[in-house]
Design a protein around this ligand. Structure first.
Ligand code: GDP
Ligand code: MG
Length: 437
C-alpha cells in the first residue's frame, strides 16, 4: 500500500515521513501550514524557533484580506485545492500509522522458534524481550541477569546487511525478530537529538548483548555523538561485494571518538562472491582501514558469511554466525571510560553533529566566526570555533570535527559529551576527542 501511495502517477506525491503531500504544495512541519519555499526568508545568525515561517503563503495572504468577497476567484480555487490536499494528507497519515501499528502487533506475537534456537541459552525466553516497532521513548531495557552485558551495535555502510545480520543474531541467540520489523525502528528523543533505532537482546554462554540496529547513517552518527547510545563494542558489517565504503569510514571514526576500543567485523554477502582471492583482498582492505582508524586491524576478528542464508537455515552460514558470536564473546570488552582524568581546559578537539531545524536546531549554516555556548551539563561557557582547513560553512545535518576555544576553562576529558547552545536551543551535540590546552 505504501508503495502505491508514494509512487502514484498523479501530481500529488506524499512525503513518506509525514504523510503530507509534497511537490505542488509544501507544508511547514511545525505549523502544518502550506509554505512557499522560494519566499521564506531566514535570518542568518541566531535562530528563533518562534519565528514565523509561513510568510507570503497563499493562506496568510488570504487571512490578511478580511472580507471574503474581496478574495479573487483564483485564490478561492487555490484554497479549495489546499483544503483537499490537507484532508487527503490526514487520511493518508492515519492509514500509514494504522498500518505500522498492525505490523508491530503482528510481530510482537511472533513466536520464538526453539528449534533454531541455540541450546546455549535455555533461559532466553523469559529474559529476553525485544522493543522494536513500538512507539517508545523507552527503547532499551536494562539487563538484570548475571552475565556480562555488552552494549553493541551493527554499524557500516547502508545496505551492507546490518539489519539482516541483526535478525540472524536474534534468531540464533534470542527471540527471533524479522528484518522488516527491525527496520521499522521507533523514533527516540534523547540527549537533545531525535533518531530511529531498534533495540534487541540476545545472549551466548558468557555474555548478554544489548544490541542497537539503526536504519540510517545519520541515526548511527547522531545517537553515538550525542551520547544517547553508548557502546562497549560494535559489529562492523562490510559487504564483500562492495568492500569498505564512505560510511564504513565514518562509523570507524565516530566509534573511535566515542571511546569504543574493540570491534568485530562481519564480511557479509559472501554468498555473492565465489572468487576466494577477491574475498582475501576485501579482507585485507578492511584490516588496513581499521588500522588507519586506530583499531587493531591485524588481530580484529573478521568473519565471512551470509546472514541471508543463515536466516534461511543454511548450516554453514548458521555456523558462521556462531563463529561471529564466539568472536564477540572473546574479543569485545566493556568500555570502562578510562580515557584519562578530567582537567581544566580551554582548547578542545571535538567532533560534532549539527542539529537540523526539524530537530530543533538552526535553520541556517554557521561559519568560522560562530560563537556557541558550550555546555557539558554542569558548566557553560562561551566559545569560538576553528573549522578544518578548506571548510568554510557547516550545514545543519553535518557532522564534522573542529577545534573549540573556550573563553574560560571548563573541566573536560577525552570522550566527554557536550552541546552547543544558542539562545536556549541546542544547535549541535558532540564528543571531545582531544584536550589541546
Ligand atoms: P542494512 O541497510 O545494512 O541494514 O542492509 P540490510 O540488512 O537491509 O540488507 C540490504 C539488502 O541486502 C537486503 O535486500 C538484504 O536481503 C540483502 N542482504 C543482506 N545480507 C545479505 C547476504 O548475506 N547475502 C545476500 N545475497 N544478500 C544480503
Ligand atoms: Mg538496516
Amino acid at each position: 500500500m505504501d508503495n502505491n501511495l508514494n509512487n502514484n502517477n498523479n501530481n500529488i506525491n506524499f512525503d513518506p515521513m509525514t504523510g503530507q503531500p509534497i511537490n505542488n504544495v509544501n507544508f511547514d512541519p511545525m505549523t502544518g501550514l502550506p509554505v512557499n519555499n522560494g519566499n521564506i526568508q531566514q535570518p542568518t545568525g541566531i535562530v528563533n524557533q518562534q519565528e514565523p515561517v509561513v510568510q507570503n503563503t497563499p493562506v496568510q495572504q488570504m487571512n490578511g484580506v478580511v472580507q471574503e468577497s474581496v478574495v479573487p476567484k483564483k485564490n478561492n480555487t487555490i484554497f479549495i485545492v489546499i483544503a483537499v490536499l490537507v484532508v487527503v494528507a490526514i487520511v493518508v497519515g492515519i492509514l500509514l500509522l494504522g498500518g505500522k501499528k498492525d505490523k508491530a502487533n503482528v510481530n510482537n506475537t511472533e513466536i520464538n522458534n526453539n528449534q533454531t534456537n541455540n541450546n546455549e541459552s535455555n533461559n532466553t525466553e523469559n529474559n529476553i524481550e525485544t522493543n522494536v516497532g513500538n512507539s517508545s521513548d523507552l527503547v532499551e531495557k536494562e539487563y538484570t541477569g548475571d552475565k556480562q552485558n555488552l552494549y553493541v551495535a551493527t554499524v557500516g555502510h547502508v545496505d551492507h546487511g546490518k539489519t539482516t545480520l541483526t535478525s540472524a543474531l536474534t534468531k540464533l541467540y534470542g527471540k527471533y525478530v524479522s528484518s522488516d520489523v527491525i527496520s521499522s525502528s521507533p523514533e527516540v528523543k534523547k540527549e537533545g537529538v531525535v533518531y530511529n533505532a531498534s533495540f534487541l537482546e540476545y545472549e551466548s554462554n558468557s555474555n548478554h548483548y544489548s544490541h542497537y540496529d539503526m536504519p540510517s547513517n545519520a541515526d548511527i552518527i547522531k545517537s553515538l555523538l550525542s551520547g544517547s547510545v553508548r557502546l562497549d563494542g560494535a559489529i562492523l558489517v562490510v559487504s564483500a561485494t562492495d568492500g569498505p565504503m564512505a560510511q564504513t569510514r565514518e562509523h570507524l571514526r565516530v566509534l573511535k571518538n566515542v571511546g569504543v576500543s574493540k570491534i568485530v567485523v562481519y564480511m557479509s554477502k559472501c554468498d555473492m562472491i565465489d572468487d576466494q582471492d577477491l574475498l582475501n583482498l576485501v579482507e585485507m582492505e578492511i584490516r588496513d582501514l581499521i588500522n588507519e582508524y586506530g583499531f587493531d586491524g591485524d588481530n580484529t576478528p573478521v568473519v565471512r558469511g551470509s546472514a541471508l542464508k543463515a536466516l534461511e537455515g543454511d548450516k554453514n552460514e548458521v555456523e558462521n554466525i556462531r563463529k561471529l558470536v564466539n568472536m564477540m564473546d572473546k574479543w569485545l570488552i566493556k568500555n570502562n571510560d578510562n580515557s584519562g582524568k578530567a582537567v581544566a581546559s580551554t582548547k578542545l578537539g571535538v567532533e560534532v553533529y549539527v542539529l537540523t531545524k526539524e530537530e530543533g536546531g538552526r535553520h541556517t549554516p554557521f561559519f568560522a566566526g560562530y560563537r556557541p555556548v558550550v555546555s557539558n551539563g554542569s558548566e557553560k561557557e562561551s566559545a569560538s570555533i576553528t573549522l578544518p582547513e578548506g571548510v568554510e560553512m557547516v550545514m545543519p545535518g553535518d557532522y564534522i570535527d573542529m577545534t573549540v576555544t573556550l573563553d574560560k576553562a571548563m573541566t573536560f576529558k577525552k570522550g566527554d559529551y557536550f552541546k552547543f547552545m544558542e539562545g536556549g536551543i541546542i544547535t549541535a551535540v558532540g564528543v571531545v576527542n582531544s584536550i589541546i590546552e
